[in-house]
Design a protein around this ligand. Sequence first.
Ligand code: NDP
Length: 390
Amino acid sequence: MTQGAARTISIFGATGSVGTSTLDLIRLEREKYHVVALTANSDAEGLAKLAREFDAEVAVIADASRYETLKGLLAGTRTDVAAGPEKLVDAARLGADWTMAAIVGCAGLPPTLAALQSGKTVALANKEALVSAGDLMMAQAREANATLLPVDSEHNAIFQCLQGGRIDQVRKITLTASGGPFRTWSKEQMASVTPAQAVAHPNWDMGAKISVDSATMMNKGLELIEAHHLFPVGLDNIDILVHPQSVIHSMVEYHDCSTLAQLGSPDMRIPIASALAWPERMKTDCVPLDLARIGTLDFEAPDVDRFPAIKLARSAIEAGGAVPAILNAANEIAVAAFLSGRVQFLEITKIVSRMIDGYSPPEPNDLADIFAIDKETRMRATAMIEDVKV
Ligand code: NDP
């Protein structure tokens, strides 16, 4: 799908943190883009506002109960309105030149796969899709000859550092981690953490789910799995390094012991801009890095005793099969339960661990298998949270 000289573009999860940051960048070069599809889960008002501003061809709301509201809000515009998860997939099949996959959670998997099938460029923020179905997604990207551009700041950094060499020349990849808001807290202190404390990330302004993942450091675990799929250097060659200032977004060490790092202010618009303009560069109004003001960069090893999610994720990759999908689904349910006050902060990782230990389905072969595992894990984790004190 092309539209004159403009590049066609779709944003899945347009109303979220990554989605709105992407649209902020498009505002800077509005004439270069023609917006095909914008989507949301339930925020009909936010979606309608964006669809009007960007004159989107299609606006899709996943929650079908919000259809009439969205339809009413977009009356008199040329935007087609659709609702329901299957319509997200239809919108992805429209095959925009560039698609931002920024739905949160495994719900983003079907439209992301459909976008990859179109063989165009997919900018991937939706890490949960890759964690649950990494082999399937990477195979789909290869088969369709699609371009998969990592948007997560760490993976985008690695992608940029890899422009300086080849993957077979890499000795080690280092994923940096801020350590989250509780980096220096004891387990006793973390026992009584509130949702408001957990979503208040020291460096990054992000959606609620990823903010809690950063606080438990499950985010780094998910990113380890993500890196394992995106950059095949072997799991033993991917390290995690805590770097509280979030200035170095990750590093690649080559066989000759040269280490390339990508640096920048902690602003998601920077990696998004890199993916949006790739292989070119665009001008942004982001704050340039001021290392003289920052002065010092600190580093420390992650504490896997206080943050066991990192260990869980590493063993999930080693186990393979259904385990990463179970880890992801259990974590999504546990984080939602924490945000709604039904479980304590430290219970999140325990729930994930118990779900992995107590459920051993056969290895998934296709999307249907992944969804069956995802659904069953969600049911089991929900039942565990409702019935048993973890
Ligand atoms: P947000 O919670 O801010 O936004 C999520 C978006 O997905 C919203 O548009 C939301 O719609 C939509 N959505 C939520 N649930 C569903 C569903 N079931 N079906 C369809 N759409 C849905 O998340 P973020 O922008 O923070 O994160 C998006 C993804 O990007 C995540 O996978 C995250 O891990 C990843 N990421 C985010 C970063 C960040 O800085 N925020 C950094 C790196 C990666 P609605 O508004 O209607 O709820």
